[in-house]
Design a protein around this ligand. Sequence first.
Ligand SMILES: Cc1cc2nc3c(=O)[nH]c(=O)nc-3n(C[C@H](O)[C@H](O)[C@H](O)COP(=O)(O)O)c2cc1C
Length: 244
Amino acid sequence: MSYPRLKQSIILALLMVLISLISAFMYGALKPYRVEEVQILTAEEIKLPEPSKKGAVSVEEAISLRRSIRDYSDEPLSLLELSQLLWAAQGITDEKHKFRAAPSAGATYPLELYVLVKEGGVKGLKPGIYHYNPYNHSISIFKSGDYSFNLYKAALSQTWVLEAPINIVICAVYERTTGRYGERGVRYVHMEAGHVGENIYLQATALNLGTVAIGAFYDEEVHRVIGAPRDQKPIYIYPVGRRS
Ligand SMILES: Cc1cc2nc3c(=O)[nH]c(=O)nc-3n(C[C@H](O)[C@H](O)[C@H](O)COP(=O)(O)O)c2cc1C
């Protein structure tokens, strides 16, 4: 091969490499990664134990005993307790229509629940951020690792967030409800989060666990810690633990 021919082939090969690099970048194959994205795992679904529909504490007792509890022991929760809490918050209670434990304007169901599990927070679960799927009554690992310190910092250093074995974070996809009700849907989403929160309070009380509604936090920070999709806005945090 003559020298100018060789030079031409090298230039052509370099051009082809450049073109494939540009197209790989455009299609996301070489997307610059953030640390959080690296830690997102493929769905590892864990079926939760069947929640109980009967309990030893009456609804009247649970209402009268309910208090915001901010001190928790180190003792882990059981998977059954976690199952019961998530079911009370957002579990399916009408299989036919797929209606849930808490009411929802037009059954638009704008809320998504995440559970931050501390190291040793729930017996049999590795630390991580789990997403709740009401339809299968299951959780899927969303991010692995103990993020309780990050959540505590994002929640204005409220120590109960750090100390609780689990934190339930309620996120809202406003568009699911505003899509049907316009601006008024924003109000409906907040009302619904209140219903879910009260269910968590009452279920925790009935299980002799403690919880507290947390509304004071940096929205963006909490969102970043969870790594939830952009349209899911955190609106409430519920640390849950055994009363110390
Ligand atoms: C919307 C809302 C936001 C709240 N935010 C916080 C919070 O950020 N930190 C906290 O410790 N308690 C918070 N609370 C709990 C209240 O402080 C608590 O409900 C109140 O002191 C009454 O006590 P009780 O829940 O035991 O009846 C919040 C409660 C609500 C309803």
